[in-house]
Structure formats: structure tokens, C-alpha cells
Design a protein around this ligand. Sequence first.
Ligand SMILES: Nc1ncnc2c1ncn2[C@@H]1O[C@H](COP(=O)(O)OP(=O)(O)O)[C@@H](O)[C@H]1O
Ligand SMILES: CC(C)(COP(=O)(O)O)[C@@H](O)C(=O)NCCC(=O)O
Length: 308
Amino acid sequence: MAEQLDNYDQFKRDQWQTLFDAESVPLDEIDLEQIRSLNDRISLDDVREIYMPLVHYILLKYRDFQRANDERSDFLRVSHRHVPFLIGIAGSVAVGKSTTARLLALLLRHLYPQLKVQQITTDGFLYPNAVLEAKGIADDKGFPDSYDMPRLIQFLNDVKQSKPHVQAPKYSHQVYDVIPNEYDEIDQPDILIVEGINVLQLPSQAEIFVSDFFDFSLYVDADPQLVEHWFLERFNILLNSAFNDPTNFYHELATGSREDAFLYARQVWDDVDLRNLKAYILPTRNRANVILHKVRHHTIDAVYLRKY
Ligand SMILES: Nc1ncnc2c1ncn2[C@@H]1O[C@H](COP(=O)(O)OP(=O)(O)O)[C@@H](O)[C@H]1O
Ligand SMILES: CC(C)(COP(=O)(O)O)[C@@H](O)C(=O)NCCC(=O)O
């Protein structure tokens, strides 16, 4: 990151990794197969040197949070309540938010099997394509107005109140739309990870923001040119999986000229996702508790911890 962020302590990778004694939980005790099946390109050095200290820091925050909740209940002379701890993960389209969320969930579950850890993406709270078209914002998918914010806020309220069987709508990158009548069920987790480009945004007319529900937040950061590269790599994966599937949104692109398909993808990146990153996503970076800064091959070279 070129600019200095005064309100953050900055740790280069070699400093950060000393903050937790990785030897005390050897990596081979973690099910490496699980990490590989999550994403076989995740660097195990990153898991050991970056994510393990991070998970331990998150656990410190989780314990503080629980203590504060119990103290509040004691002060009010009411019985202790179960309040889920919410973690938000923000960053550009294709920067690796959902991979980071899945990896953190896996490590948390492995290290603390007694905790119920669940995760969702805010993609499911996008308006369906038909609604975006009717509103005249079909080309603004991912922009603040393309999300059903009242529904997302209601969902977060329900989760925080520890209601059972709360439904989160689902989005499919393959169908390129919200899937009707399909839900993830969030059922009184100890920790819920909420990942999405909009999780740290402050829409101007809102009375309450998504980030008001977070007890901890992360921003995954990288040079936009690198993120474009990862976007195109993911696009290529989507094309390959669309080849034999006529129901896939990318089927027609997959069966035509690859050159045309990539021209299309670059245009989408420039006109939609990069525009969104500059206007609405990057300005939220400075609100995260932790910024993970990535360089080539998704390697994390620095971690920023907000001081205040
Ligand atoms: N740590 C990582 N190591 C290797 N590849 C990664 C890593 N994180 C993400 N990727 C790849 O980068 C692309 C975008 O990641 P994804 O998690 O889908 O991003 P987002 O949820 O931010 O849109 C995917 O192809 C994914 O496999
Ligand atoms: C659904 C999304 C808004 C969310 O992105 P994600 O962070 O899940 O990659 C995005 O993938 C998207 O569809 N943007 C619109 C332009 C495009 O990339 O097709």
C-alpha cells in the first residue's frame, strides 16, 4: 500500500508471523486436505505465517466480546444471553474475500471445535437480475443500490438476536443471479463471518449500517491491476465449467471465441467492478479493524491493525 495509514500499526510479514508461536499448533495437525479442497492454490506458508496469528487475534477479540456481554448482563441483573460474534470481510470483487472467509472458518473450527462457526456472502442480498433491470441499474450489479439493504439489516438483526433457522438468500456466479427459494440456514452460531463488497459501506439515507453489527472486520486489499488478473483467472475457471452446461450464464461465451470472451470480461472489469472498487469499496478500507495486503499469487506481504 503506497499511502500511510496513521490509524494502523503496520506489520511486515516477517514481523507478523512472530506474534504467534506456530510451532504450538503444527500445521500438519490441521487437515491439509481440507485446505486443499477449499482451494489448492492457497499457500500453506500464508496459512502458517499469516492466518494462524490472525485467527488467534480474532479469538482474543471474541473472548473480550463475550466478557463484555456477560458484564453487561450482570450489571442489568439479567441472565447471560447468547450473542453471535459477527466478522465482516470487505474488499474488491475477486480479491479473495470468500476464499479468506472459508479459510478463517475452517481454521476457527479446527482450532476451536466447540465453537459453531458459519459464513454467508452478501451476494445473496443483491436484487434479482429482473429487479435490477426494472430499476434501470442492470449494469450496476454490486453497487450500493443493487442490494436489498433493509432485508440484509433484518437478517443481521435476527442473527444477532440469536433467532434459530435464519435464512440467507443465495447467489450463484454460474447462473449470474440470485437463486429463488434457496437459502443458507444460519442457526445460532457463536461466530458468523459475513463477506461482501458492501459490508463496510455507509449508504447516506440509512439509519443503521451493516457494519454496526460487526464485532470485528477485515479488508482484503491489493493493487487493482492484480485484482483484475485474479478476476480474469476466475472468469477463465467459470468459462471452463460452463462449456458443457447450457444453463450456465457463461455457456455462450464459453463456446465462442476465447479472445472475444476475454474482451468482454475486461470490459466488465473496467466498466463495472473497477468503477465500483474506486467509487464505493476502496473508500471503506480505512474502517476495517484489519487490512490484509496481498501481492502476486495472493501472497500477503503486510498486515495492518487499526489502533483506534
Ligand atoms: N489465498 C488465495 N490463494 C490462491 N488463490 C486465491 C486465494 N484467494 C482467492 N483466490 C482465487 O482468486 C479468485 C477470486 O477469489 P474469490 O474468493 O472468489 O474472491 P471474492 O470472493 O473476493 O470475489 C478465485 O479464482 C480464487 O480461487
Ligand atoms: C456478484 C458480485 C457483485 C459480487 O462479487 P464477489 O465479491 O462475490 O466476487 C460480482 O461478482 C458481480 O457480478 N459484479 C458485476 C459485474 C461482473 O463482474 O459480472
